[in-house]
Design a protein around this ligand. Structure first.
Ligand code: AMP
Length: 117
């Protein structure tokens, strides 16, 4: 059984967060340390630690994460200019919180992905 993270407490509204959207499958809230003018995290309500743990039964929630990302990007007024969706996995991906989450980053030019060497 995977260990819960702070995101489970946010989903259950046990600790404060700026929640922008919640339904039966996913929750979206503002990142506490934004890396762009718009930086939203979209998470499944049930705990999936990493992309490596994804099962076919998770597909509905994972698909909803993208639908909600598009809706929130539109509401934030950044859809036309564009944005980046990121899911980090494990150490080399820079994952810090082991409850799978999608970063929605935008509101400025993010640019192409570059190698960090
Ligand atoms: P990652 O490196 O992909 O695991 O990203 C974790 C993200 O969670 C970081 O961008 C953090 O700033 C963010 N974060 C950590 N704790 C909180 C919190 N309590 N509320 C909102 N965002 C958080």
């Amino acid at each position: 059984m995977a260990e819960e993270t702070i995101f489970s407490k946010i989903i259950r509204r046990e600790i404060p967060a700026d929640i922008l959207y919640q339904d039966d499958l996913v929750t979206a809230f503002c990142d506490i340390a934004p890396k762009a003018p718009t930086h939203i995290l979209i998470v499944p309500n049930h705990l999936i630690p990493t992309v490596n743990d994804v099962k076919s039964s998770d597909e509905k929630a994972l698909g909803r994460m993208i639908t909600v990302a598009a809706k929130l990007a539109d509401e934030a007024g950044i859809a036309d200019d564009g944005y980046r969706l990121v899911i980090n996995c494990n150490k080399h991906g820079g994952q810090e919180v082991y409850h799978i989450h999608m970063h929605l980053l935008g509101g400025q030019y993010i640019g192409p992905l570059v190698a960090s060497r």
